[in-house]
Write a protein that binds this ligand. Structure first.
Ligand SMILES: Cc1ncc(COP(=O)(O)O)c(C=O)c1O
Length: 378
């Protein structure tokens, strides 16, 4: 893997183009990024109070003790799992959590498996760290779910040391149930593969309950974030739950790589954890958007538009209209003012037929976008 492997994150590139169009006075419906907005008042008040009264200095590299203790309690409350706060490390969003996890768990040159399609930054972070990526394809016929058989076959072809998996997944919204996740973890343990569970879309599950990898085993690395369910993308705050053997190593790296996560963001996050009623209300809004978008995309003729089970994305087959969704998305933005992300972001092999739409925004935006797309496709 070399740095030439790093590609643009097209969702961000489309966002940049969309913002440039807005600066020229054009209205744009944003369905390209998974960026929910809004904060409950107590979390805002806690942050403001901290700005006025707090020292706002560095915290311990692993994060403020009260936040780590609260996060440990979260696993007890939501997953029935006892977690020692010493295993919790507060990070600057899950993005820095990946860096710490990869550097802590693997040597340069290690091969880490990810699904294809999958979140594009995984590949780019691994390439930046001089690690290799093993892509395991997942298919729409299997509900975009990874199975132990897929892992075993890929490992037999070319072994890898780690497997990184998100459930709910980006871009497909696929969600694994407890048995499916446990079978994957058991398979990894059998093969000696370290399992990294990206649980950033927990809380955004429309058909079942969230299952943490910690419910099955203490050996996986858990990566989570306040960006999605807690709508705190710009606060850059997340956390890791580490297996015992990695805690000290990751702490030492965090001390030098990042010193600490933002202190005011930690204060806001601690308050946000108590506001589930507010965030569940937001989730109910996405649940309505999810059906509205699925029905609309199906009516327009996209394939595989049935509602996803989690996250806030629809990953749909646009082959009735194009086999180059990069060009399609740019034209749809320029001619119809609808921003969506080309599938090449998530899958460099087959993504040219796919488009990802985010339904993290409002139903008004989705309705407006569907109307504009109808005119565009006509
Ligand atoms: C699956 C997945 N993991 C991680 C991230 C990164 O989020 P953050 O660094 O804001 O926590 C994203 C962002 O969209 C994502 O979709």
């Amino acid at each position: 893997m070399t740095l030439e492997m790093i590609r643009p994150f097209y969702a961000m590139e489309i966002l940049g183009r969309a913002q440039a169009r807005e600066a020229e006075g054009h209205a744009v419906c944003h369905l390209e990024i998974g960026e929910p907005g809004g904060m409950p008042a107590p979390a805002v008040r806690a942050a403001v109070k901290d700005c006025i009264e707090g020292p706002m200095g560095y915290t311990s590299a692993k994060g403020m003790r009260p936040l780590r203790e609260r996060l440990a309690r979260y696993y007890d409350e939501r997953h029935g799992v006892a977690v020692d706060p010493e295993r919790v490390v507060v990070t600057m969003g899950s993005s820095s959590g990946f860096i710490l996890s990869f550097l802590g768990a693997f040597a340069p040159g290690a091969r880490i498996a990810v699904t294809r399609p999958g979140y594009p930054a995984y590949r780019n972070i691994l390439a930046s760290l001089n690690m290799q990526v093993a892509e395991i394809p997942v298919r729409p016929e299997a509900g975009w779910k990874l199975t132990p058989a897929d892992i075993e076959a890929a490992h037999a072809r070319a072994p890898f040391e780690g497997l990184l998996l998100a459930s709910p997944a980006n871009p497909t919204g696929a969600v694994l149930d407890a048995d499916e996740l446990a079978a994957i973890i058991a398979c990894c343990e059998r093969l000696g593969v370290r399992f990294i569970s990206d649980e950033i879309y927990h809380g955004l599950n429309y058909t079942g309950r969230d299952v943490s990898a910690l419910e099955t085993s203490a050996s996986p690395i858990i990566v989570n974030s306040f960006s999605k369910y807690y709508c705190m993308t710009g606060w850059r705050i997340g956390w890791l739950v580490l297996p015992e053997d990695l805690v000290r190593q990751v702490e030492m790296m965090a001390q030098s790589l990042f010193i600490s996560a933002s202190s005011v963001s930690q204060v806001a996050a601690l308050a946000a954890l108590e506001e589930r009623a507010y965030y569940d209300g937001r989730r109910d809004g996405y649940a309505e958007n999810r059906l509205l978008l699925a029905r609309g995309l199906e009516r327009l003729g996209f394939l595989g538009a049935g509602p996803s089970n989690g996250a806030f994305y629809a990953y749909v087959d646009a082959s009735p209209f194009t086999n180059d969704t990069m060009d399609f998305c740019i034209r749809m933005l320029e001619e119809a003012g609808v921003a969506a992300t080309p599938g090449a972001d998530f899958d460099r092999t087959d993504g040219h037929n796919y488009v990802r739409f985010s339904y993290a925004g409002t139903c008004e935006t989705i309705n407006e976008a569907l109307g504009r797309m109808e005119r565009f496709l006509a």
